[in-house]
Design a protein. Structure first.
Length: 414
């Protein structure tokens, strides 16, 4: 078959186009393969980096938890030391009071002995004068020597008795003076001991005050208002923690009395702060392994409905992980709620309320009184949830607030 030049040209052009198309297609396939491989490698790298970051966060969380436990142990030890120092101070005050009473009695007896000695000395002088008078009379009147001799014997006997009584009084005075010196030495030693105990007690109070004050400041709470509220409502009685139970009148040193009064006031304030802290949600609702998956504030909706306000924080863990109350309070509701699934709401003092949502199981009932650390339910994924986690909210005076400062305080202090 003979082809015309036009047909040949057409065939050549078609062949060139076919070869060009094949080259382009091959290049695209190669580029797509390379790009896909690169993207896979990049995804793998990101996944590994994400896993490494999660492991670092878990390690940091465990370290912070260990530090929190250590801080809590130090706080407990400081409180125990304060209690022991308080008891020692009270015992020392009582001992000093008894010593002061004994010293006053000894001083009274010593004064009586001195007065008695003075009276004996006066009687002795009177007898000596009388004896001198008798001797003079004896010289003038020899005829009445018998009567005068008898009188002289009587005076001499009385004088001897006076000397014996004087010596006995002197011995008693020396004994009493020695006892008074011993008591004064014991009181002096007691004063030094009290000063040392006061120093230790002041240091222990200062160590305990720091974490408590920092805890309240970290959440911008008015400490004085909380203390006033606790003072008005607290029904506890007795115990050495209340300054009214201590009297410092037995302190002779005004500076020690002033310092002890100051320590007692500080202990009272610290005790009220400790009570207030137990009524604020300064505790972790989850103590087992978990990770924070979402914070407080505006976020992308996990169900794909744009950006929405997230009123709490999410803590993800294993299904069935125990959930605990973060402060003393009363359960106001324990039921299934729209969006929240199984949820528990707890009302606390000072206007606080906490919410625990998406529970797999509720373990409390409405109206039940709770203490910090009581188990209220199990972690789950009920309601509007994408996975097993606890949704935790903190409300103050009816307004949701960021729970993180309270949780951070719990990890650092408790």
């Amino acid at each position: 078959i003979r082809l015309t030049p036009v047909v040949q040209l057409s065939l050549a052009a078609a062949l060139v186009l076919l070869l060009g198309w094949m080259a382009i297609a091959t290049s695209l396939v190669v580029l797509d393969t390379v790009s896909g491989g690169s993207q896979t490698i990049q995804t793998t790298v990101l996944q590994n980096a994400y896993k490494q970051r999660l492991e670092e966060l878990a390690s940091e969380r465990d370290q912070r938890a260990a530090e929190a436990r250590s801080a809590q142990e130090r706080f407990k030890l400081a409180m125990e030391q304060i209690g022991r120092q308080q008891t020692s101070i009270l015992d020392s005050v009582e001992e000093r009071r008894e010593l002061a009473t004994a010293l006053e009695l000894m001083r009274g007896r010593l004064q009586d002995a001195v007065e008695e000695r003075r009276e004996i000395a006066a009687a002795r002088d009177a007898l000596l004068a009388e004896m001198s008078e008798v001797n003079e009379t004896l010289d003038r009147k020899q005829g009445t020597a018998g009567d005068l001799s008898q009188t002289l014997d009587t005076v001499t006997g009385a004088l001897s008795d006076a000397v014996v009584a004087r010596d006995a009084a002197e011995d008693e005075r020396e004994t009493l003076a020695t006892q008074v010196a011993e008591l004064e030495l014991r009181i002096s030693m007691n004063t030094r001991q009290q000063e040392e105990m006061l120093n230790q007690l002041e240091q222990a109070v200062a160590m305990s005050f720091g974490p408590l004050e920092a805890m309240f400041k970290s959440t911008d709470l008015d400490v004085d208002s909380l203390i006033a509220s606790v003072r008005n409502t607290y029904s506890g009685q007795g115990g050495p923690e209340l300054p009214a139970a201590v009297s410092t009148r037995s302190f002779n040193d005004p500076s020690l009395s002033s310092r002890l009064d100051s320590v007692m006031v500080s202990l009272d304030r610290m005790n009220l702060m400790r009570i207030a802290a137990g009524r604020v949600p300064y505790s972790m609702p989850v103590t087992a392994n978990f990770r924070f998956t979402s914070g407080f504030g505006t976020r992308s909706d996990p169900k794909g409905r744009g950006r929405r306000m997230h009123l709490g924080v999410d803590l993800a863990g294993a299904s069935g992980t125990p959930i605990f109350a973060t402060a003393d309070g009363v359960v106001v509701s324990a039921k299934r709620e729209s969006g929240y699934g199984n949820a528990v709401r707890v009302r606390h003092d000072f206007g606080f309320e906490t919410v625990y949502a998406h529970l797999s199981k509720i373990r409390v009932a409405a109206g039940q009184k709770l203490s910090r650390g009581d188990r209220i339910g199990d972690m789950g994924s009920t309601g509007r949830s994408t996975g097993v986690h606890l949704h935790y909210e903190v409300h103050l005076n009816g307004r949701p607030v960021n729970p993180m400062p309270y949780l951070e305080t719990a990890r650092n202090v408790y």
